[in-house]
Design a protein around this ligand. Structure first.
Ligand code: FES
Ligand code: FES
Length: 171
């Protein structure tokens, strides 16, 4: 039996027929909506490569059943830049060498955006590492990732003073 669901994905309303209630949000994004920036690493909640924001909260999309999120607002890596203007977290990852092969990077960036929005780590590198510990990096780019998150927080504080922001940034 087909189940219709409606999602807002990167600001665009998408109506999708689900033919199997076991379909994960990750597979829906990658295979039905062609949003392949979200990566499938372990497919069992252990690596964080599939992290997206669901209603502003970071979540492993491989563990999320698509039908359970009917009506949700989804933000993926494809939706964080504004045209040619990178999101401050993307810019910080580039400037701090927060990646090597890049496979984990979409998940790292989505997790970092969520973390900064949660405002739970402050400026403490140890707390940033702890809060990002669900995102594994086989290349070991952790030092750059931590520096990037800390730098992006500062950049986004500046953006906030300049005016309203979009896409899960700290309010
Ligand atoms: S693919 Fe989802 S946590 Fe690894
Ligand atoms: S940059 Fe290669 S897995 Fe993280």
């Amino acid at each position: 039996m087909d189940l219709p669901i409606t999602l807002t994905v990167n600001g665009v309303a998408r109506r999708v027929m689900i033919d199997d209630p076991r379909v994960t949000l990750l597979d829906l994004l990658r295979e039905r909506l062609e949003l392949t920036g979200t990566k499938k690493g372990c497919d069992r909640g252990q690596c964080g490569a599939c992290t997206v924001l669901i209603d502003g909260r970071r979540m492993n999309s491989c563990l999320a059943l698509a039908v359970s999120h009917d009506g949700a607002d989804i933000l993926t890596i494809e939706g964080v830049a504004e045209g040619d203007r990178l999101h401050p977290v993307q810019t910080a990852f580039v400037e701090h060498d927060g990646f090597q092969c890049g496979f984990c990077t979409p998940g790292q960036i989505m997790s970092a955006i969520g973390l900064i929005s949660e405002a739970q780590a402050g400026d403490d590198p140890e707390r940033v590492r702890e809060a990002m510990s669900g995102n594994l990096c086989r290349c070991g780019a952790y030092a750059g990732i931590t520096d990037a998150v800390l730098d992006a927080q500062v950049r986004m504080r500046g953006d906030r003073h300049a005016g309203p922001s979009r896409h899960g940034e700290a309010a």
